[in-house]
Design a protein around this ligand. Structure first.
Ligand code: NI
Length: 226
């Protein structure tokens, strides 16, 4: 299940984020690569503890908490503090699967990565290449979204970032442990919630809508681990 979330950040937030990121100190992306990723990862990122990363990461977390589609699609239990990366001059990240477990920075707590997220920060016309290619059971999907848009995909997917051959690609990335671990169950709950929200805009039978809403909550109760 690949879900696109439009306009997570405003134009003003994006402009501010880009100017602060371009002026920030960048380190080799290998700093956080797993054993398998290290051989194919060629990019730069902000040090996790750098003030710019922490402040912009907090801005992203606030935007996520206020976004009903993100909440409905991810059903988040834990969100890894957002990180920032930069690709230019032919940099790329070859095929890999994200690490299953991550230590939450600053906390003695591990999280399981159920969903991976990329928030695009540069407009697509400002760089060539840099597509995020995600393999799932239906084939490969090429994702290159407008600045401010987010893509959520299962962390079990093989994925890569194509070489950036012109301009600079800035993005924010992070992982989510979901209250609902199974991707099929999450997909079903998202479908159900989306249709309930649409029905709520209509004059459709109120008793039937209430019953469907009950089904949603009772399935969530059955499948979730807070
Ligand atoms: Ni990855």
């Amino acid at each position: 299940m690949i879900v696109q979330i439009p306009d997570l950040l405003s134009v003003v937030q994006l402009r501010d984020a880009r100017s602060r990121l371009l002026a920030a100190p960048w380190v080799d992306g290998l700093a956080t690569a797993g054993h398998q990723g290290a051989r194919v990862k060629h990019n730069r990122q902000l040090a996790e503890a750098s003030p710019v990363a922490v402040e912009l990461g907090d801005m992203v977390l606030v935007a996520l908490e206020r976004n009903p589609l993100f909440i409905s699609a991810a059903l988040p239990a834990l969100v890894y503090p957002p990180m920032f990366n930069r690709y230019e001059g032919g940099e790329s990240f070859g095929n890999h699967v994200d690490n299953a477990l991550r230590l939450m920075p600053g906390r003695a707590q591990r999280m399981r990565t159920d969903l991976s997220a990329t928030l695009f920060l540069t407009d697509p016309e400002d760089y060539d290449g840099g597509e995020l290619l995600i393999d799932d059971t239906y084939g490969a999907h090429s994702i290159k979204l407008p600045a401010g848009h987010l893509v959520l995909y299962p962390s079990t997917s093989l994925h890569r970032v194509e070489p950036v051959t012109r301009g600079s690609r800035l993005a924010c990335f992070f992982w989510i442990q979901s209250m609902v671990r199974d991707v099929g169950q999450r997909a079903l709950l998202l479908d159900l919630d989306t249709s309930i929200q649409r029905l709520a805009q209509t004059e459709a039978d109120e008793g039937a809508r209430l019953q469907l809403t009950g089904c949603y909550h009772n399935l969530l109760r059955m499948w979730s681990q807070p």
